[in-house]
Design a protein around this ligand. Structure first.
Ligand SMILES: C[S@@+](CC[C@H](N)C(=O)[O-])C[C@H]1O[C@@H](n2cnc3c(N)ncnc32)[C@H](O)[C@@H]1O
Ligand code: SF4
Ligand code: SF4
Length: 466
């Protein structure tokens, strides 16, 4: 039996350390103290922590009153403890439990009424925690600012980020926010590695059905400002869009996808299990979303993975050839074919003009002779080109699932001056490699920090022949 509590640490605004951030909030495991003698290692060595590890190792629920209802329990997964090796995968900080919004499924209003103060994390609490982690040799992979309120209601959110950066300079820091704020005055130029902006829709009428009191125009501005943030302190921005019954229409999803592409942010569509959940898109047919938003990533809430049956299972086929070496008008690459459930195929690749003054105007794709209806040439591929911003394509195709043993992808591109170039890619023979988590179902184009390793090669390929 497994649970991420043996890898994670969750700290509430008042310094309480509960059994993670869901049902286990009812179980107190300790408190962070600002006293210099406070010791994180003693916390992780406590009787309760030993009890959690021993119970999971014996295939027993640590807290029979709570674990059966907790979406974080993994009854069939293999126990994987990193805390004992002094490695915290995610340290979740709750900066504040205040929030200006009133999302109907959120526990925030109840928590504000019932929980003891402080409701805003004191900077010294975070400093004490991180110093103790550092002094006792704990590595921290990611610090996540989230919790049960809105992190940006903290009056000095940037101060928290600065303290964490001072004590753990290499640790990735991620903010999850509703984004109803001015980006620059909240972040104040501090280095956040990732920002997830919860924005469930693009129309005020649908957005405010769940994000009550929120303004979608303010969130889209926050998203755009975060995405436009350049230089060393630029964050990787993800638009987190929870699919509800009121925001799951094709036009609203397609419009969001288009805006996400324009701002160069990753659109993450979430299938939830709560009240108001989308009836159109479920864990069974999630890949249909790729026909509307081909470059989006699709995820679900933790409860979906409870019994190990992974509804996000997809597989990837690596192609026999990825590009030719004798291009004239344009370089064309095809990286992979993703097989998603519900017989949806996604072809991912790139195309670059040989001459930057003669840009590409179209990309057409046929898969085993069938023309792919939607073909996008509007995706940034940092791994291929830094100066040609929109060099990637993603082509979704619904199939009958009957492809024999070989898939042939034909790509034709045209340039502004009328030149054209064609390339053929095949899988011969092919083997499905399973992608085993929702997070793996992502297109490389959105992986902003990927090395630009193909760049020299791609440029060389595109050089005109003499
Ligand atoms: C309590 S919120 C705190 C962070 C911030 N206030 C926000 O809303 O993004 C934590 C997370 O829950 C998500 N969330 C809110 N309502 C949800 C729902 N009905 N289903 C799934 N996730 C939900 C939010 O989008 C956010 O990512
Ligand atoms: S499953 Fe149990 S041990 Fe794990 S976080 Fe939930 S309450 Fe805690
Ligand atoms: S914005 Fe976040 S914290 Fe605020 S009510 Fe909505 S889900 Fe809860």
């Amino acid at each position: 039996m497994d649970c991420r509590i043996v890898r994670d640490l969750y700290v509430k605004a008042d310094g309480e350390l509960p059994c993670d951030d869901d049902v286990g909030e009812n179980v107190n495991l300790g408190y962070v103290s600002q006293d210099p003698s406070w010791n994180i290692h003693a916390h992780f060595s406590s009787e309760k922590q030993r009890h959690i590890r021993n119970a999971l190792l014996s295939d027993e629920e640590p807290w029979p009153e709570y674990c059966p209802k907790c979406p974080l329990l993994r009854p069939n997964d293999i126990f994987r403890d990193t805390i004992s090796d002094r490695r915290i995968e995610t340290l979740q900080i709750e900066p504040s439990i205040a929030c200006g919004l009133r999302c109907p499924c959120c526990s925030q209003p109840v928590q504000v009424k019932l929980r003891p103060k402080p409701h805003i994390m004191e900077l010294e609490t975070l400093r004490s925690l991180l110093r103790s982690c550092r002094d006792h040799g704990y590595a921290i992979e990611t610090i996540e600012y989230c919790g049960q309120g809105e992190p940006l209601t903290h009056p000095n959110f940037a101060g928290l980020v600065r303290i964490a950066r001072e004590i753990y300079p290499e640790t990735a820091q991620r903010l999850i926010t509703n984004g109803n704020y001015d980006y620059h005055s909240k972040i104040r130029g501090e280095l956040l590695d990732q920002i997830y902006v919860s924005c469930d829709g693009v129309e005020q009428a649908s957005y405010e059905k769940y994000r009550r009191r929120g303004k979608v125009s303010a969130v889209l501005k926050f998203l755009a400002d975060a995405a436009a943030h350049n230089g060393d302190n630029a964050p990787e921005v993800t638009w987190k869009y929870i699919l509800f019954e009121h925001n799951d229409s094709d036009p609203e999803i397609a419009k969001s996808h288009q805006i996400a592409l324009e701002h160069d942010v990753l659109l993450l569509l979430i299938i939830t299990q709560t009240k108001y959940k989308s009836a159109r898109f479920t864990a069974e047919n999630w890949s249909d979303l790729l026909m509307i938003a081909p470059s989006a990533r699709i995820g679900g809430v933790p409860g979906f993975l409870r019994y190990g049956a992974n509804p996000w299972n997809s597989s990837v086929v690596h192609l026999h050839n990825h590009f030719r070496s004798d291009f004239v008008a344009a370089g064309i690459g095809c990286d992979r074919i993703l097989f998603h459930p519900n017989e949806v195929l996604l072809i991912e690749g790139w195309a670059l003009p040989a001459d930057k003054a003669d840009p590409l105007t179209s990309v057409e794709i046929a898969v085993n002779g069938t023309q792919v209806p939607v073909c996008l040439n509007a995706v940034r591929r940092w791994d291929v080109s830094t100066d040609d911003l929109w060099s990637g394509y993603v082509a979704p195709l619904r199939t009958d699932g009957n492809y024999g043993t070989e898939i042939v992808v034909e790509v034709q591109v045209r340039t502004e001056s009328g030149r054209s170039e064609e390339a053929k890619f095949s899988t011969e023979p092919y083997r499905h490699v399973h992608l085993d988590s929702a997070m793996a179902v992502r297109t490389p184009l959105a992986d902003f920090h990927r090395l630009k390793r193909f760049i020299t090669k791609a440029r060389a390929m595109c050089r005109p022949r003499v």
